[in-house]
Ligand binder design. Sequence first.
Ligand SMILES: CC(C)(COP(=O)(O)OP(=O)(O)OC[C@H]1O[C@@H](n2cnc3c(N)ncnc32)[C@H](O)[C@@H]1OP(=O)(O)O)[C@@H](O)C(=O)NCCC(=O)NCCS
Length: 349
Amino acid sequence: MSTVPPQPTLTDGVVVLRPWRDDDIEVARLAHDEEIARWFGFPAVIPSYEQHADAVHRWREKYADGRSAVNFLIEHDDRPSGTVEVRDAGDHRGELSWALYAGTRGQGVATRAVRLLIRYAFDELGMKRVEARVDPANVRSLRVASRAGLRREGVLRQHETIGGERRDHVILARLSADDEPSQAAGFRAILNAGLPRKRAISQLLVQGPEQRVLLCQLTYKADWDLPGGVVEVGESPAVAVVREVKEELALDLPAHGLLVVDWLPPWSGWDDALCLVFDGGVHDPSIVDAVVLEPREIVSAEFCTATQVRERCRDFTARRIEQALVAVGGTGAEFLHSGVPLPLSDSSD
Ligand SMILES: CC(C)(COP(=O)(O)OP(=O)(O)OC[C@H]1O[C@@H](n2cnc3c(N)ncnc32)[C@H](O)[C@@H]1OP(=O)(O)O)[C@@H](O)C(=O)NCCC(=O)NCCS
């Protein structure tokens, strides 16, 4: 005797999710289009009757087999409009997929259907996490995922071969404990998970006599740079710069104010970043005697002349340092684009 209850019919008053009937097969198969074939990597746009009947047969078997997968037909305006599925991935984790048939898109049907399916997965199947993998170019599907409360978690690179091609997948998930997407906190969390995260780097311009600048020779690159480093998640750039200088050189130097913000374009395998240069003040050259180098990162630290800055630093770093020196004692921080102040001329890279 089967231990699973009969597959239910679910509705939010607009969209109905129900078990497949045999007379759905012909209507559903003819409603497949290139959009479905493309994203699922199906070899044929319209499946044969036998192929679709086989699929329905497998879904019924899986339902009976401890609900290892539950597939619903989506009905809207009394006609088959698509399909949604949740597969049991074990450990209270479900994998979701969805598709609408041609002519039924652009009305919010998929969003409603996926929301109903997720409620069923949490309430009836006892799942704690449901996830979906979506091709980054499948913008409509990414929107359905967000509207149904799934939060973007990352990109699985070349995750699967679909249509003979290795494809990246965005992984999105919703937890049973997450706030509802209709609530303010849940809505914010979904948007927050998908927004870009710009990297920030904080550096300190520490001057010695005659506008000499404290530079570090680094273990991980040939060119020299200002002391500083990457701002951690949730950390203030002003706190980061003081922390980095202490960690790298064992110097306790306050950051007085912001001199320049330099946008670093993507370079040599690194993503773009904002580099904030703070004023570290003017000091006696003897402060280098107190320096204790962090040997994994720093080879040496020296006060350098303008000529040495040009010799030892990359062009864009030298430009940034020169602009930072100009900004010392100025009225406000300057924005730079790869070391160049605005407005940019056509020749700026
Ligand atoms: C992915 C797919 C299901 C999305 O279909 P869709 O029609 O865009 O999704 P919805 O039914 O949720 O409709 C959302 C659209 O209807 C509009 N809409 C109208 N009323 C709405 C409502 N009450 N609620 C939400 N959206 C509503 C929205 O504005 C939205 O349009 P927009 O994206 O241009 O802003 C469909 O493109 C598809 O079947 N693709 C092929 C299969 C596929 O890619 N599956 C996923 C594999 S991972």
